[in-house]
Unconditional design. Structure first.
Length: 92
């Protein structure tokens, strides 16, 4: 246990640190929301790309044609599942 003074939210205050004003708290909270919802726009393309890359690699390694399609489909499904999880977590 430390002897540092703590703010009401449990974070230690450094010496000379001023308390956050209401406007600063609202601004910080709005940026946190932007980050949460920005994650939604990133998930689907990222999952699709990773699925495509793994499928294309599998195709090169095995010499087949179905790996890329399977990888893309699995990437899209994974992206949608993750988007739903993030949206549900953000709505709480």
């Amino acid at each position: 246990m430390t002897d540092e003074p703590q703010s009401p939210d449990g974070e230690p205050n450094s010496p000379g640190q001023e308390r956050e004003t209401g406007a600063e708290k609202r601004e910080r909270k709005s940026w946190q929301q932007v980050a949460k919802y920005g994650e939604l726009g990133f998930l689907l393309p990222a999952c699709t790309f990773v699925g495509w890359a793994l499928g294309a690699g599998l195709d090169r390694w095995q010499g087949t044609k179905w790996g890329t399609l399977t990888g893309v489909l699995l990437g899209v499904v994974t992206g949608f599942v993750q988007m739903i999880r993030v949206a549900l977590r953000a709505s709480r």
